[in-house]
Ligand binder design. Structure first.
Ligand code: ZN
Length: 284
């Protein structure tokens, strides 16, 4: 299923895409929780009921008449992996990590499709990073790699917007601050369930800035695969439904270019992953 969170008649709801329409699954079956983490936490029975509502096909709205929001706006955790593509580590002048490099964003950074990325007045070096985002569906701690993908509900497209001057030029580096300004975590539009993504490590991934392709790679270039990340992280903390794992970005970011290229007001950024979706955000 291609799940989405949308607003209609002033209410936030969960839907599933069916061609050009959106089936309002929380209205079709009121037992389905109307927030995405709650829905994912309800597990297989809720997914089965949603699938049934999708097959019935009503109530349906045309995709054009719904306001699509970020699929998840209130995760317990937004976990990000740095330097997880070998070509990006090289352009950052960093060695290939021997263990995942982990940092985080706060939920206040989340933005939906079409929502503006707001450049902070205190940063002059804001950069783009397209990323595949794994969404946790089933809670777990100390998850073995062999079970890890069973804990992933699905995938969405993410944009790890990054203020490089905070991240790299402040004393000791301020990764957290540089990564978590408001609107620095656009995600969406759809959460594509895992059953529709049988090969998450074979997806073309691109970032297109003002019509020019600036990043183009494949998720087969990930140094640490999704199952390794889920296992590694869950040995430290409990993963819970709705947690987001930004899996890292390929080469081509503005920092690694000559001359360097920073986001400016009026830019338009499209992050695109095969079979997952296309996430577009203007910059103001
Ligand atoms: Zn990143």
């Amino acid at each position: 299923m291609r799940l989405l969170t949308f607003e209609h008649d002033g209410q936030r709801r969960i839907g599933a895409r069916s061609g050009d329409s959106v089936v309002d699954i929380s209205r079709a079956d009121p037992s389905i929780p109307d927030d995405m983490p709650g829905f994912l936490d309800a597990g297989r029975p809720a997914l089965d009921r949603a699938q049934k509502a999708l097959e019935v096909g009503e109530p349906a709205l045309s995709a054009a008449e719904v306001n699509v929001l970020a699929p998840i706006s209130n995760p317990q955790k937004i976990i990000c992996i740095g330097l997880n593509y070998a070509d990006h580590a090289a352009e950052s002048n960093m060695p290939i990590p021997s263990e995942p490099v982990v940092f985080a964003k706060y939920a206040t950074a989340i933005a939906g499709p079409g929502e503006a990325i707001r450049l902070p007045t205190t940063s002059q070096k804001v950069d783009y990073e397209v990323e595949l985002v794994a969404v946790i569906g089933r809670a777990g701690r100390n998850i073995p790699e062999s079970d890890a993908l069973d804990h992933v509900a699905g995938y969405t497209v993410g944009h790890d917007v990054s203020a490089r001057d905070y991240q790299l030029e402040k004393p000791a580096g301020q990764w957290l601050l540089g990564k978590t300004f408001d609107t620095f975590a656009p995600i969406g539009p759809d959460l594509v369930t895992s059953d529709e993504v049988p090969a998450p490590h074979a997806l073309g991934i691109r970032c297109i800035l003002n019509g020019e392709t600036v990043q183009a790679s494949c998720t087969d270039q990930l140094i640490f695969k999704i199952q390794q990340l889920v296992a590694y992280l869950s040995h430290v903390f409990t993963l819970t439904p709705g947690d987001l794992i930004f899996t890292g970005t390929p080469s081509g970011v503005g920092m690694g270019r000559t001359p360097q290229r920073w986001l400016k007001p009026g830019d338009n950024v499209v992050c695109e992953i095969d079979a997952i979706g296309r996430l577009e955000n203007p910059v103001v």
